[in-house]
Design a protein around this ligand. Structure first.
Ligand code: IDP
Ligand code: MG
Length: 150
């Protein structure tokens, strides 16, 4: 099923100049970028986005990290995109994430783990609406579609 996922390169990815490399991975895989915005995430938005973790001991540090410097927010589309992207992102702790995944290749610490990606259709819908207006999401077709999908 064609799905949309909310993906965010966190401030460490942007500040370490990893945006191009990471974006290339999604393009090379055959996924479609349908929205993309570099933006500062304010405290209110960060708290809403990570609301499910508000009771965790790492929560305040997480809010500080996410709001510390701009992040690259995206909506990425493709067949089973939510699960495919989570697989490309890798485990939450970059030391445990498989080599070949984004976190496994670029990170060291759970508190600096490079990238966020929606984990299920419900959270994808919620997160996309939190970060993008409907008219910011592009509807277009790729000329290589028949070479990516059977
Ligand atoms: P996920 O991003 O792989 O879905 P979650 O468990 O949902 O992982 O946690 C959300 C984010 O909170 C993580 O990506 C990471 O930035 C941060 N986080 C989770 N656990 C810890 C921790 O133990 N220390 C510091 N930050 C953490
Ligand atoms: Mg999560």
């Amino acid at each position: 099923m064609i799905e949309k996922s909310f993906v965010m390169m966190k401030p460490d990815a942007v500040s370490r100049r990893l945006m191009g490399q990471i974006l290339s991975r999604f393009e090379e895989k055959g996924l479609k970028i349908v929205a993309l915005k570099l933006r500062a995430i304010d405290e209110d938005l960060a708290r809403k986005h990570y609301g499910e973790h508000s009771d965790k001991p790492f929560f305040e540090g997480l809010i500080e990290y996410i709001t510390s410097s701009p992040a690259l927010t995206m909506v990425i589309e493709g067949d089973d995109a939510i699960a495919v992207i989570r697989k490309m992102v890798g485990a939450t702790n970059p030391k445990e994430a498989a080599i070949g995944t984004i976190r496994g290749d670029f990170g060291m610490d759970t508190g600096r783990n490079i990238i966020h990606a929606s984990d299920a259709p419900g959270s994808a819908k919620r997160e996309i609406a939190l970060f993008f207006d409907e008219d910011e999401i592009c509807d277009y077709s790729m000329s290589d579609n028949a070479w990516i999908y059977e």
